[in-house]
Design a protein around this ligand. Sequence first.
Ligand SMILES: *Cc1c(COP(=O)(O)O)cnc(C)c1O
Length: 397
Amino acid sequence: MENGYNHFESKAIRTQSKRTANREHSVPLYLTSSFVFEDAEQARALFNDEVGGNIYTRFSNPNTSEFIEKMCLLEGTEDGFATASGMAAVFASMGALLESGDHIVSGRAIFGSTHQLFTQIFPKWGIETSYVDADQPDTWEEAITKNTKVIYVETPSNPGLELIDLEWLGTIAEKHGLILIVDNCFATPYVQQPAKYGAHLIVHSATKYIDGQGRTIGGIILGNKELIEKIRFFCRHTGPSLSPFNAWILSKSLETLALRVEKHCDNDLRIAECLDYHPELESVKYPFLPSHPQFELARKQMSHGGGILTFVVKGGLERVTRFLDSLKWLSLSANLGDTRTIVTHPTTTTHSKLTEEERLAVGIQPGMVRVSVGLENVNDILEDIEEALRATKMVEA
Ligand SMILES: *Cc1c(COP(=O)(O)O)cnc(C)c1O
């Protein structure tokens, strides 16, 4: 407790880059592309890594450094690199470490663009990926070959909300000497800290809960010094760095992460409980509902159920379309983790690039709706959903 505080909220609020001579309370924005050397000797020493310091904002900047330092404290990692988007983080985490001939074992249920990276982009450079199903633990080890370098997972998955036992996966990675990468975007470090279970790298789309207000795009990669050093080299010379302005927003946003995520989770649990067994729904899925097939695991590795729930309306594609059009004010949008509740139809939007068969394999039925529950009054949110279900009723009373 060298700072005098040791808890999540205090770290998220009090971690701050050094004050300037103006003694500002809130950190200023460093909109500068380069930094001035004191003399020729300092310039030489900085470029030869003999001393630490800022040279050029593509490499580092006080705003990005503050954001990284905070995220390291919250996730329990040594080091990190902040990127311009979540996808830049996903790409750089593996682009920096893999070579032609290497192999990735990944959970099947992953973010749409990560799927495109694994199936359309990495194969061009001779990097192949095998998918395994979250609910079939035996198949993970079977998929590992002598060329496998990385295990890649999202838990909870998007949008199926399937969980993977991180502790178990950490032991598999250890046993086979593999790098375990976890996309922790859905959970946030407030709900789950994969490094505790042996994840070597954690990637985030900071666009989601970390910003939390639907304002900005950003990402981050976190891990031990050795891996991050390789990633820093890769990013320094390929240029996916986060802008200082976005880093400033994201660092400010972290000050309220605990409060916001707590409320997202409260609202979400309440909605999940109210909709569970609704006569117009085939099913409701939320990690902290006892009806979730992995409820026990959720309670073990997550402190809260998260801010996302899914449900499947009765009547398939035709009904779900009418349901979506009957919502009065909830947003139809493809984002998540916003203050505003967002309703998404994965089949026709975020996951439309998958085949019907691929969608069903990850639990995306035509009638499935994903809700990113916002911070509005929970009764208002529920009412809009229930009213739209009533207006498009299938079941006779
Ligand atoms: C949104 C998202 C990403 C990509 O992040 P961007 O900031 O949009 O590039 C990656 N993984 C998950 C789980 C996401 O939800």
